[in-house]
Each structure stands twice: as C-alpha cells, then as structure tokens.
Write a protein that binds this ligand. Structure first.
Ligand code: KG4
Ligand code: ZN
Length: 354
C-alpha cells in the first residue's frame, strides 16, 4: 500500500509518499519558508498560507517522481487537518480533497499531533501503550498513547510550550528564528551553570509544565547585564547553555512523574517516546535516554528530521488510520484546535510560580 501525505499546518510545506512495505519512506520533501518569514522575526500566518499555495502542487509532483510512481499507484491520501494555522491547513486539505475526489481515493484528515505521536511506530514499530513526551513549537504534553486515535493526557503546559521558550529565548538573545537549533548550536560552547535560571514547578506533584517564569528570568538576566546589545559572544553562549539546561531539566523532571503514573496504570507499557520539533535537541534526547534507563523503559527518539515537521509522519498516521478503518468524508472541516485527548481538563496557570 502507498499513501501520499501532505503537511501545511505551519511554516513548512511538506509532501511524502509512505508505504507499508520497507523501505517505508519512499519520498519525504520539506520546503522551509524560513526566508519568507525571517524579515518578520516570526511566522506570519497569511504569508505561510500564500507560500503553501505557491509551492504545494509542484512539491506533490516532485514527491511522486522521487517515489517513482504516479497518482494511479496511490491507495489513499492523507493530509494534516489541524491543529495549526488555519489558512495553511485549508490549502493542504483542499488539494488533498481534490486528489481524493478526482482519483476516487480514501481521504484521511490527520491530527498533526497524532502524526508526531505515531512517528516512533513508523521508525521503530513501538507497540501500544507507550508514554509520549510531545514537545513542539505550540504543544508541550505528556500523554499515554493507548492506540490509534486514543490518547490520555497526563500533563500539559499551563502557559508556553517548550519550543516557544526556545524561540522566545533565542529572540531575546538576538539569535533569530527558529530558536531551538540556534540555542542548541551556541549551547555547545557555553557554560550551563553560569546563569542560574529557575526550573519551573520543580518538586511539585503532577505532570504539568510551565515556562513563562523561565522566559521572564532570562529577560531579567539580560536586562541586568545592560540588554542584548551589551552581551559578549561568550555571554550569549552561556545564556543559551543555561536556558537549554533549564528547559531540559524541567522536561525531564516532569517526565519522571509521568513515568511513575504510566508504570502504575499501564503495566504492559515498556516505552518512553519523545516527539515534536524540540525532540531534535541532542541534550534533551541524551537526558531522556538516561531517565528511561533508570526506570527500565526502552527509549525511542525518531531521527531529528522526523521530529521537526514533515509529511512522512502525516502519511504514516494516515496509513495506520486507513488500516483501522478510520477514513474521513470529503465534508471534513479543517480544525484550528484539535486536542489529542478531548476529555482532558483545561490546564490553568493558577498558583504557578517559577
Ligand atoms: O514540531 P515542530 O517542527 O513544529 C510545530 O508543530 O510546532 O516544532 C518546532 C519547534 C520550534 O519551537 C523549534 O525552535 C523547536 O521545535 N526546535 C528545537 C530544535 N529544533 C527545532 N528546539 C530545541 N532544539 C532543537 N534542535
Ligand atoms: Zn509539529
């Protein structure tokens, strides 16, 4: 079986062809819109939607060419149906619906977060249930993946996502966008202990996260040293290392609470999985590998290029959903918000202090 996947929910236009036979990924193309957004210092939704429109059809043609097939050899089409920037999601969904209608193919509207969640099954066949730390630019959650379309949220952020903290921190340090890779690069030659930044919620029970206090502490540290322009190259590297360490420590500490809960409620579970753009961070991957080993869990982190946004994960999630009989109608409406666990209560920041 071969499936076409399309991802347009943020600032990458991505198309992939994925098969259920190995090698699974037959083509995976990601066109970054960085150059379009750079002048604005962040992602502009309208600019993103127009860029998807300008590039998507050509990218579909190229992905099919790389896979060496035509539309006639496809068994289904999967597309990110949300959550994300709605203008971009609409561009992808419309193209996918058009192809599905014209070719009479099954249509699958995939939750972008489920794409991240199931990547470890694409790469490593991780069985359900598994504990998932999902860390991206917009989301920071601990979930138990119980099955296709079945997720139980153990914790989420009460304010910013981890990726957002990397991005805002990088902006403050004058490092541009996206922040995560820039912080990681500089942190490699910085001292993570020079600036004592807080580990928000440390020692508190539960699995929620909070990053806004950390962001504020970083800003205060920069201001106390005379502002961004007054920082030396070594100051910036040390601040980057200190920020990366604080975010990593916080993610690891909260994940340790989730492991305890996972262990007590899911005796068959044996895997800790990390997914989402922040999962590309090497220091975080190393720290989570140690944590998993301490608790007797196998640790799975997909290769970095499958952690950041891509369409192979959307095609794979579509394939899994197709096999489970979970196809969608062509009346599917794109969803700007789409929680993986709709039953989970809204997290509030009440009482949170860094
Ligand atoms: O999953 P993703 O590509 O897009 C969303 O769905 O949000 O995640 C993007 C986020 C950005 O905040 C980016 O700064 C962060 O992932 N990121 C990283 C690294 N690579 C990307 N954060 C830390 N270290 C990295 N190497
Ligand atoms: Zn993502």
């Amino acid at each position: 079986m071969q499936i076409l996947g399309i991802e347009t929910s943020c600032d990458e236009t991505a198309v992939a062809v994925v098969s259920d036979a190995r090698p699974r990924i037959r083509a995976s193309l990601v066109l970054s819109q960085l150059a379009e957004h750079q002048p604005f210092g962040g992602i502009v939704p309208e600019v993103a939607a127009r860029a998807h429109l300008a590039h998507l059809d050509r990218l579909v043609g190229r992905a099919l060419a790389v896979a060496g097939i035509g539309f006639a050899r496809l068994d289904a089409i999967a597309v990110t149906g949300g959550p994300g920037l709605i203008g971009g999601v609409m561009v992808g969904v419309m193209l996918a619906k058009a192809v599905a209608l014209a070719r009479g193919l099954p249509f699958l509207a995939v939750n972008h977060l489920e794409g991240h969640a199931l990547t470890a099954r694409l790469t490593d066949d991780v069985p359900f249930p598994f504990l998932l730390l999902l860390v991206s630019g917009g989301h920071c959650q601990l979930l138990v993946a119980e099955g296709i379309g079945r997720y139980r949220r153990l914790g989420t952020t009460v304010d910013d996502a981890a990726g957002e903290c990397f991005d805002k921190g990088a902006k403050l340090l004058g490092l541009g966008f996206p922040g995560g890779p820039a912080i990681e690069r500089l942190a490699a030659r910085g001292n993570p202990e020079r600036f004592p930044l807080p580990r928000p919620l440390k020692g508190r029970p539960g699995c929620n996260f909070s990053f806004s206090g950390l962001k504020t502490a970083l800003r205060e540290t920069v201001v106390a040293r005379g502002g961004t322009k007054a920082l030396s190259d070594q100051d910036v590297a040390d601040l980057a290392a200190s920020l990366q360490a604080a975010i990593g420590d916080s993610l690891v500490e909260r994940t340790s609470h989730a492991i305890a809960e996972f262990r007590s409620r899911y005796s068959a579970g044996a895997h800790l999985v990390v997914a989402g753009g922040v999962a590309a961070n090497r220091a975080l991957r190393a720290a989570l590998a140690v944590l998993a080993a301490q608790h007797g869990l196998a640790f799975v982190a997909p290769p970095p290029e499958l952690c950041t946004d891509n369409a192979a994960m959307i095609a794979w999630a579509g394939l899994e959903r197709l096999k489970a009989g979970l196809t969608d109608g062509l009346d599917f409406a794109p969803r700007p918000r789409w929680p993986l666990d709709p039953a989970a209560p809204r997290a509030t920041g009440a009482g949170v202090k860094a």
